[in-house]
Write a protein that binds this ligand. Structure first.
Ligand SMILES: Nc1ncnc2c1ncn2[C@@H]1O[C@H](COP(=O)(O)OP(=O)(O)OP(=O)(O)O)[C@@H](O)[C@H]1O
Ligand SMILES: [Mg+2]
Length: 464
């Protein structure tokens, strides 16, 4: 059964009127022929004020260049996923992501349709952070923002020679402007190190801003990092992005491998010339923002998995720091344990002075997949449980109590075993790096059978 033309029209209107996106359709002359309720709410007008009228008559702040609908009619090129920030006629701030498509019959353009997805909620959350950072940025004064950098190199507790080398390298790097890339498993202290770098640098009195790239979709990330400019849509707003806000300071981009590859190429362009252009704007700003990035997966692996562009990798990899996991620096465990006991004595108002050696052995035998963060939480738990001045086995979380530990009278042999294991892990890692993670070549270099190498990789949980 065929529908009559007016029935088809009614059916389409019923469908388009019931969806959550704003829809605006104009004919080839720029006259609105369809405009739904969501679009009317977004723009702060009545449907009747828009229907049948030319778009520039209804939205006087637009012109032929800034109206995406008119642009699409003119050149026939679709515009996908364009972020728009604007203040509507009623003064409400609206944030959308728009797709504008030409409507064609054969090769002739008969109109254009714009579909706008409302992002105001997510955006207002992320922007409130931006605003907060903007407000606590009085010129030449030290920011006291919760998102500023609070850690210093002295806060990084370690007995490991490798970690000490890292601290020295980071101290040197703090004095330059080269990008820094930091890799380490979760909880190894990446943020701690990055904040320390900022606070040791001559940027210490400027802003330190951290942005986790995994928390925003790429369109929002783009406007968050680069800012927006008036003129993309009905009276849109001028807003600086994080690159501009962190001018002369440090911008820490966490989990950069979660950005889309397309956005990574935009980021690369900005990093290469230091020039920012706000979205929808034409002016360029030269910014002096130090970039530090972090990831908890090895960059080589991210490249293999096509989560990281090689060109961006080479740009960011000028100074590369790999923070070893806690299981590879077991000498740090007891030091950190006493450090956290002190910390929680202070905040819980307790007077714990010691920890049973059995407990320390347990802690040293654990694999610590959550690294220092997991250790800190373990001590926090014990400090909740303890009643007198010593932490004993009963104060440990159950899952740690079950870890097998060598008998006490074999303690000296355990330390030998640990030393051998640590040396093995170190040598295997060095050989893997040298051979670019080629198993055959690594086994050859270490003069062991491939199967033995594979067994050891598994045993020490060394990831390729
Ligand atoms: N060497 C250290 N000395 C003292 N505290 C540390 C050390 N390393 C890490 N911590 C503490 O462990 C916790 C986790 O550290 P941080 O947030 O820097 O880890 P991260 O590597 O950024 O982790 P993620 O990848 O999960 O973001 C923090 O509370 C931090 O203060
Ligand atoms: Mg972190």
């Amino acid at each position: 059964m065929f529908l009559k033309p007016f029935e088809t029209k009614q059916m389409f209107e019923a469908i388009l009127g019931s969806i959550d996106e704003a829809i605006h359709v104009v004919n080839a002359d720029g006259i609105t022929i369809y405009y739904n309720q969501v679009a009317a709410i977004n723009d702060g007008v009545e449907i009747g004020e828009v229907l049948g009228k030319h778009i520039l008559d209804v939205f006087p702040s637009l012109n032929k260049q800034s109206s995406t609908l008119l642009k699409v009619i003119e050149n026939g090129k679709p515009i996908y996923q364009q972020p728009q920030s604007y203040k509507n006629i009623k003064g409400q701030f609206i944030d959308t992501v728009n797709t504008t498509l030409p409507i064609k019959v054969g090769k002739r353009i008969i109109g254009a349709v714009e579909i706008a997805k409302d992002l105001s909620m997510i955006k207002s959350l992320s922007q409130s952070l931006l605003d907060l950072q903007g407000k606590v940025h009085p010129p030449k004064s030290k920011p006291v923002s919760i998102s500023g950098a609070k850690y210093h190199f002295d806060d990084i507790v370690t007995a490991s020679s490798e970690m000490k080398k890292i601290k020295n390298l980071a101290r040197k790097a703090a004095h330059t402007t080269s990008p820094i890339m930091i890799y380490g498993e979760t909880g190894t202290g990446k943020e701690l190190l990055i904040q320390s770098i900022h606070n040791y640098s001559n940027r210490q009195n400027e802003l330190f801003i951290a942005q986790n790239c995994a928390t925003l979709p790429s369109t929002l990330l783009e406007s968050t990092l680069f800012g927006t400019k008036k003129g993309t849509y009905t009276g849109s707003i001028d807003r600086a992005g994080l690159f501009e806000l962190a001018h002369r300071g440090t911008l820490f981009l966490d989990e950069i491998n979660s950005m889309t590859l397309e956005f990574q190429s935009k980021l690369l362009r900005v990093l290469e010339d230091g020039v920012i252009r706000r979205l929808g704007g034409t002016e360029s700003y030269l910014v002096d923002t130090r970039i530090i990035v972090a990831m908890n997966e090895h960059p080589h692996r991210c490249i293999e998995k096509q989560q990281l562009r090689t060109d961006l990798y080479y740009r960011l990899n000028v100074i590369f720091i790999e923070i070893p996991p806690l299981r590879k620096r077991k000498e740090d465990i007891s030091l950190l344990v006493y450090h956290f006991i002190k910390k929680y004595n202070y905040s819980f108002n307790k007077l714990v002075v010691d920890i049973d050696s059995d407990v320390l052995e347990k802690l040293e035998a654990h694999h610590w997949p959550g690294n220092v963060r997991e250790l800190e939480h373990t001590i926090e738990f014990a400090m909740n449980m303890v009643e007198n001045d010593k932490i004993t086995m009963e104060h440990l979380p159950v899952y740690l109590k079950d870890i097998p530990v060598m008998k006490k009278n074999l303690a000296h042999i355990k330390s030998l075993r640990l030393t051998v294991e640590q040396t093995e892990i170190e040598l295997i890692n060095q050989a893997l790096t040298k051979t670019n993670y080629n198993i055959m070549q690594t086994a050859k270099l270490l003069e062991i059978p491939r199967q033995t190498l594979q067994y050891k990789l598994k045993k020490y949980q060394i990831e390729l």
